[in-house]
Design a protein around this ligand. Structure first.
Ligand code: FEO
Length: 402
């Protein structure tokens, strides 16, 4: 049974969902699956915008066959060569051998690196600003390098003001019938996963996202169609654009505190619990605390993008920083996280390395302010050092009042 949906006259969503998949890119947990979006425009010419992962080939082909209703496919446009969108290029070319496969020079370079089909006779190489007319619909191409790969491009459909945005403005999470963000409780049920998707997948490339924003300035955008997650229209367009402005500029969405800790026998954990209680007593709300050995880092990273302050607390292990914490902070650095207020707590029994290494890692990140005096616990925090924790709590509290 086909599952295509007409999102605007003669423009169809022909994608699908995968709820069985465990992890995106085999790294990021997908508790609610993921949607692979693809769009088909039916005009004097027909154009398919991106394909989908091979996990959902059968239903994808059914959707396309239904919408084309016996017509040929004139264009297959490849906005992004990551295999979650490219798994069906060869299948489409086999079914529609006269199709023109549209991409840029890098698209075809990557195609040849992944796939073996010879599409030399099919390819149509496109450049920045070029347009393809389908009849009443016109597709204008903008290169969007590193949002999320170097070959990425987005399309502005001129007649309806639709931005086909590749990975940008996407999300983890399958779609459940409601394709549009305004049909669901987005803030309550989906924003966290959109943030986790952006921050972990594209988070490093904030400057490139900003460059894309500059390119699109002045365009009248009535709809944004991403390759993952919901479609944006109406008031939800400015909602997601505002979020992307904050995330890509590494500006916290709100004042608040994330506590990320590692703890072997509960002593570091005990210290951050005491710290959180002191902050709660001062009126700080919505404190987010994570055990780095348990919670997948993508969730912690997402919250660190959201909030202004973070506490890192971890012991020394093998004369180094406890490695789940080491990898978390290094990944934050890779993602270019900056502009955060950081407090540090180390722990050791006979040789102190964790605090020193956390300090170095954080100091190597841009515009990270250390709040309060770092505390280096010796095995467990004794009552006689309680005043140090009181002082740290006070400093964090004050920094949250700025
Ligand atoms: Fe959805 Fe960068 O692939």
């Amino acid at each position: 049974m086909n599952n295509a949906y007409e999102i605007m006259p003669n423009i169809f969503w022909v994608g699908g969902n995968d709820r069985r998949i465990e992890r995106f890119e085999n790294m990021f947990p997908l508790p609610n699956g993921v949607a692979y979006n693809s769009y088909l425009i039916r005009d004097e010419k027909t154009a398919l915008l991106d394909t989908v992962d091979t996990a959902i080939t059968a239903e994808y082909i059914e959707n396309i066959t239904h919408v084309l209703n016996g017509r040929q496919l004139d264009y297959l446009i490849i906005n992004h060569m990551e295999p979650d969108h490219c798994g069906n290029i060869e299948e489409i070319v086999r079914r529609y051998p006269d199709v023109k496969v549209v991409g840029n020079a890098k698209t075809f370079q990557f195609f040849n690196q992944y796939y073996s089909m010879d599409i030399l006779d099919n390819r149509l190489e496109i450049k920045e600003g070029q347009e393809i007319s389908l009849g009443t619909h016109t597709l204008r191409f903008y290169m969007a390098p590193m949002v999320h790969w170097p070959e990425v491009m987005v399309i502005y459909e001129v007649s309806q003001g639709i931005l086909f945005s590749a990975d940008a403005f996407g999300s983890f999470g399958a779609l459940s019938g409601n394709l549009f963000a305004d049909q669901v409780d987005y803030e309550g049920n989906f924003l966290d996963e959109a943030r986790r998707y952006y921050t972990n997948i594209v988070g490093r490339f904030g400057n490139q996202v900003q460059a894309l924003f500059r390119k699109l300035e002045g365009l009248d955008i009535n709809m944004i169609c991403s390759l993952h997650g919901h479609i944006w229209r109406g008031e939800m367009i400015s909602y997601i654009l505002d979020k992307y402005q904050q995330w890509s500029k590494y500006i916290p969405e709100k004042k608040g505190l994330v506590i990320a800790y590692g703890s072997m026998y509960g002593n570091t954990e005990n210290t951050v619990n005491a710290l959180a209680t002191k902050l709660a007593n001062k009126g700080i709300q919505d404190i987010r605390m994570y055990d780095v050995s348990k919670t997948h880092p993508s969730y912690i990273i997402s919250d660190i993008f959201k909030y202004s302050n973070v506490v890192f607390a971890a012991p020394t292990y093998n004369l180094q920083l406890y490695f789940p914490m080491d990898s978390l902070i290094r990944e934050l650095s890779v993602l270019n996280v900056c502009n955060r207020k950081v407090s540090l707590i180390g722990n050791h029994t006979w040789a102190s390395a964790a605090l020193k290494q956390m300090t170095e890692l954080v100091n190597n990140m841009k515009n990270m302010e250390i709040v309060g005096n770092p505390i280096d616990i010796k095995s467990s925090l004794r009552e006689d050092r309680g005043h140090e924790l009181d002082q740290l709590a006070e400093e964090i509290y004050l920094s949250l009042q700025d």
